[in-house]
Design a protein around this ligand. Structure first.
Ligand code: NCD
Ligand code: ZN
Length: 351
């Protein structure tokens, strides 16, 4: 049985939702993650410093007493976001990034950005204050095939943006393609990327062959095997541009298994580092897990690395087939199936 002790990890992209859902998601994220970048796509979204402060307080009120967890807040950019709002956010000390959702690209992105060029004054201000830009990198043009949307976004928006703002630190979120990996590798250290556990563990065959699996449907959608292999190679390579972002994005079962359509988003926070450990172990990459999960993201965000440790062992356990989620149920990724790693010790948690 293999064991692995690593520095305490952080999650650089997570959806905790709000209100009745926060109890479950905060409980799960604070099990061993010290910090997490909290996505702002609430309904209505987190638009200002005040919204972020209040949302942060709601999250903190749900952290179990014996744990310490630091939610790192983000603002949601819209066509109306002003440079003044950015300045205020940068001075807050609690806001670490702004999130760019092209309008209509994904769940709760209707209020997102229609004209990226219109936000150039905002990016200017972010660059000046060293606020990071987190990007959902997919075009929304109805004529572009869903499997090509990330690739086209790089050409149409990301390359011009990087050229225009060479000092802006940009996180290309939840990348899913070889093109994204190549783009990040060819860029300066100002460009980083998060990679989810599900994009490392699955490809579109897993989601579509035999029957469609709602638990695996997320955006950007799972791609073909060749892209999965490129992501695995990037994550296990030790390249500090690539780091952990679960994109754990829960939806009640009624929204995932619905005759009118399946909401996009996979819940992985019940087994996050365990699933990454599995992906890394399956590809002879365990030695690279600590850098990816616990070092490079903190470095990219200009924050100190954590000092605690967690210990994982290679052992089989079965995921619950359903979890309680507010007043509803949630079907997590791997529901009713085995996970092959388990966290057995977290040095930062007082009992
Ligand atoms: C996310 C959500 O549900 O909020 N969904 C998803 O499929 N990943 C939004 C996002 O990150 O795209
Ligand atoms: Zn997300």
């Amino acid at each position: 049985m293999r064991t692995l002790t690593i520095r305490q990890p952080d999650d650089w992209h997570v959806h905790l939702r709000d209100d009745a859902y926060l109890a479950a998601t905060t409980q799960d994220v604070s099990r061993y993650f010290a910090r997490a970048i909290i996505m702002p796509n609430l309904v209505p979204p987190v638009l200002t410093r005040l919204d972020a402060t209040r949302y942060r307080d709601r999250i903190l009120s749900q952290v179990p007493e014996h744990r310490s967890f630091n939610p790192l807040m983000t603002l949601y950019l819209t066509d109306q976001t002003s440079a003044e709002t950015i300045k205020d956010a940068a001075n807050s000390g609690i806001i670490h990034a702004c999130k760019l959702y092209p309008a209509g690209a994904t769940t709760h992105s209707d209020a997102g950005v229609n004209a990226i060029e219109g936000l150039y004054p905002v990016f200017e201000e972010m660059q000046k204050h060293d606020l990071r830009l987190a990007v959902h990198g997919e075009v929304t043009d109805a004529s572009v095939d869903i499997f090509d949307r990330e690739k086209i976004f790089i050409e149409q928006y990301l390359e011009p943006l990087v050229q225009q703002f060479p000092d802006l630190k940009i996180i290309f979120e939840h990348i899913t393609t070889t093109e994204a990996v190549d783009f990040v590798k060819a860029s300066t250290h100002n460009i980083g990327a998060t990679i989810t556990a599900h994009h490392l563990l699955y490809n579109r065959n897993d989601m579509l062959v035999g029957s469609i699996k709602p638990t695996l449907y997320c955006l950007p959608v799972l791609k073909r095997d060749r892209h999965q292999q490129a992501l695995i190679k990037a994550a296990t390579s030790g390249d500090p541009s690539f780091f952990l972002g679960t994109d754990s994005a829960p939806h009640p079962v009624s929204a995932k298994e619905n005759a009118c359509g399946c909401a996009a988003g996979c819940y992985t926070m019940h087994a996050a580092i365990e699933l990454y450990a599995e992906a890394f172990a399956n590809n002879n990459g365990l030695h690279a897990l600590e850098g990816f999960a616990s070092c490079y993201g903190a470095d990219f965000y200009g924050l100190p690395r954590n000092t605690g440790t967690i210990k994982l062992i290679e052992t089989e356990w079965v995921c619950p087939s359903k979890m309680r989620f507010g007043e509803s149920d949630l079907v997590p990724l791997r529901a009713g199936e085995a996970v092959h790693w388990q966290v057995v010790n977290n040095s930062s948690e007082s009992s």
